[in-house]
Each structure stands twice: as structure tokens, then as C-alpha cells.
Design a protein around this ligand. Structure first.
Ligand SMILES: C[S@@+](CC[C@H](N)C(=O)[O-])C[C@H]1O[C@@H](n2cnc3c(N)ncnc32)[C@H](O)[C@@H]1O
Length: 218
């Protein structure tokens, strides 16, 4: 799935500017959006699609789209940004939040200007079940959706669901790419502890912020 090209390094100030623009559309705090922005700016050169599980009103996806566009510069074809979210007021484990058609409408409005955005209206369980059978038509060619430059997990935070997302998606992240898992402090840090336990077998470097866990694939 070759897209993109050589990335233009973006300064911290430029990244902050993009975060400022999306901040109101996201429930993720500025410093964590900055972590995502830095990873996207570095990963985008890998030319593979970016994937977000859990999209809400589209704030973090908009950040990924904006940074990808800015990092590749005018004229370059930005990579696909694929989002997965069932909406439909799916019960949210651990919190009483409701994500429904109001969020879906806001997401569609926020991301409408980006032809390189694709949304799958499904939960991650179904997405992972069918991922091996999905393909896209790009430039007249049928292509599998098999590798990602960056995977951002911010859907369900139920540990077994997140762990399945990690174990099935991390092997698909290309070298130089990132897997970011949000809210790993939830459920008593269960996912964080599992990641720490598996650290020696991970295909890259693992670090944690106080809310996220990030694997940089080497
Ligand atoms: C915390 S919000 C995402 C916030 C968004 N990433 C941002 O920063 O703007 C969580 C989203 O995950 C979605 N969600 C819940 N369970 C999910 C699952 N199993 N698979 C995919 N998405 C899920 C919800 O519908 C909700 O929109």
C-alpha cells in the first residue's frame, strides 16, 4: 500500500498547533494528544495506513489526518487513516459513558474533508475477525489491509478486549511504526502489567506515560 513519501520534520510548536485545533473535539488531554502527534509525525514516512480503534467525535483521528498531511507536505499523497467504532451506545466497560449517533455525526463532520479517511462501523472484535478478508481498491489495484504505520487503541478498555487488539495488531505494525494504547491505567493497570510482563517478547521498545503505553517497533 504505497502512499506518502519523505516526511518533513515538524517542530514541537507545529505539532502543538495541530493539537490546539483538535483539542475541543477530543476527550484526550493535550499532553497525550502531543504523544500521538509525535508518533504520527515519525511513523507517517512508513507509508502504510494508520489505524484508530475508538473514534468518538473524531478528535484524535483528525489529529492523525492533519499531522499526516502536514508531515508529508503539499502535493504528497497522505496515507489512509482507518477508524473503527461501533457507536450505537455500546455499553462502555468501566464507565457510564454513552457514545451514540451524536458522536457519529460529529465524527463525520470533523473528518468530511479527508478523502484518505475510511470508517468501519463495527467493534474491534468484529474488525479483527474480518481483517484478514478485507481489501481496498487503490489506484486500480486490490490491496489487503495488512500493515499499519501506527495503531492507536482507544476503544473499549476492558483488558481482555484490549489485549486481543494488541496481540493481533502489534505484529502488523511496520518497523519504525508505533502502537499506542490509551488509558492503560484503567482496570488497576491490568493491560500495562501484561505489557510489562511481555516486554522481552515485544518487537520494539515499550514505555509508559501516566495514561498511555507506547511500543515503538524496531
Ligand atoms: C474514549 S472514546 C475515543 C476518543 C477518541 N479516540 C478521541 O481521543 O477523540 C472511546 C470510543 O470507543 C468506542 N468503542 C467502545 N468499545 C469499542 C470496541 N469494542 N471497539 C471499537 N470501538 C469501541 C466508543 O464507541 C467510543 O466512541
Amino acid at each position: 500500500m504505497a502512499e506518502g513519501g519523505a516526511a518533513v520534520p515538524l517542530s514541537e510548536l507545529q505539532l502543538r498547533w495541530h493539537v490546539f485545533w483538535v483539542r475541543r473535539k477530543s476527550d484526550t488531554k493535550t499532553r497525550y494528544l502531543m504523544e500521538i502527534a509525535r508518533c504520527v509525525a515519525r511513523a507517517v514516512e512508513a507509508s502504510s495506513p494508520l489505524l484508530e480503534i475508538g473514534t468518538r467525535s473524531g478528535g484524535s483521528a483528525l489529529l492523525m489526518l492533519r499531522i499526516a498531511r502536514a508531515a508529508l507536505g503539499p502535493g504528497a499523497k497522505p496515507p489512509l487513516v482507518i477508524t473503527v467504532d461501533p457507536y450505537g451506545a455500546r455499553p462502555y466497560e468501566g464507565e457510564p459513558h454513552v457514545y451514540d449517533e451524536r458522536h457519529y455525526r460529529r465524527m463525520k463532520r470533523a473528518l468530511a474533508g479527508y478523502a484518505n479517511h475510511i470508517h468501519y462501523m463495527m467493534d474491534s472484535e468484529l474488525f479483527l475477525n474480518v481483517l484478514g478478508q478485507l481489501h481496498l481498491w487503490i489506484g486500480g489495484r486490490k490491496q489487503p489491509i495488512d500493515r499499519f504505520a501506527l495503531v492507536y487503541l482507544d476503544g473499549s478498555h476492558e483488558p481482555d478486549i484490549v489485549w486481543r487488539e494488541i496481540t493481533e495488531l502489534l505484529p502488523r505494525v511496520v518497523r519504525g511504526g508505533f502502537l499506542i494504547v490509551d488509558d492503560t491505567d484503567w482496570f488497576d493497570g491490568a493491560v500495562r502489567r501484561r505489557l510489562d510482563g511481555a516486554a522481552s517478547q515485544l518487537p520494539g521498545r515499550l514505555r509508559h506515560t501516566d495514561q498511555q503505553s507506547i511500543v515503538e517497533v524496531l
